[in-house]
Design a protein around this ligand. Sequence first.
Ligand code: CP
Ligand code: NVA
Length: 299
Amino acid sequence: MINNFIDISDYNKSQIDEIILIAKNIKKNPKKFSSVLKDKTLGMIFEKQSLRTRLSFNLGMKKIGGHVLELSSKDIGFDNIREKSEDVLRVLSQFIDCLMIRNNDHKKLVDLSNQKIIPIINGLTNYSHPCQILGDFLTIQEKIQNFQNCTITWIGDFNNVLISLLQLQNIYLFELKVVIPSKILKSNQKQIKKFKNKKNEFISDPKLGALKTDCIMTDVWLSMGEKNKNKIKYFKNFTVNDKILNIASKKVIFMHCLPAKRGQEVTSKVLDGKHSVVLEQAKNRMYIQQAILIYVLKK
Ligand code: CP
Ligand code: NVA
């Protein structure tokens, strides 16, 4: 049986709760898990830059007893030119137990994972970033009392991190306000329709979105591989600053998956300020990915 971790929407609530619980237990008692994936090997292919995902998977896997091999896509010929990517996977499956891939082509990742040759984990694609949002969900549960009834506000682009957040919201049905520039909102109507429910709203006014919210989340306005650099002009008044934070709940937390462009989507004052949980958020990536690895490899 081969388990993949491609998108949050592939899982149900009890499965996600189980992954979160494993992460919380590892965080509480890491020693208990120090050899749970003994002698298992994780391969990692990064076709895009990464600091947090690279470190958290690498150290996370080692801390639970496993080995890690970082493979350069170019060097191993993971390009369908030297040989078919499926054939690369077949060979890899003789040496390693699981493969994390970060690439730009979500469809390629889905197609490869459907072959069920080796467990594949999505380390970010152009479409989604599920490890990030599950890690963020862990942080939200730690930081917001009564998180079931909290309101989360996204202020930014319609991008991969938001898609994973929307998939999570569609399962847990927390209040979600998605604030996106009107031009970008209009051009994503088809997707929005797919995710729309009674508990989420899609608007273009950051102040309205921030009102009394418990959590403000943002991300870069131009993701890696984004071709339309012109779209930056649509984000006027979208910088998360003190004014926006002051409208929110007193205990609001500020979240950003990082890397951040200081002065663009967020001011340095907010990013480094007392409401910001971005570093804990980065650290929680490790616990959630350890839990995902255990879930994928042990089930
Ligand atoms: N947040 C995140 O995925 O960071 P990296 O791109 O540095 O891995
Ligand atoms: N949306 C960003 C996330 C980086 C972790 C990107 O894809 O570049």
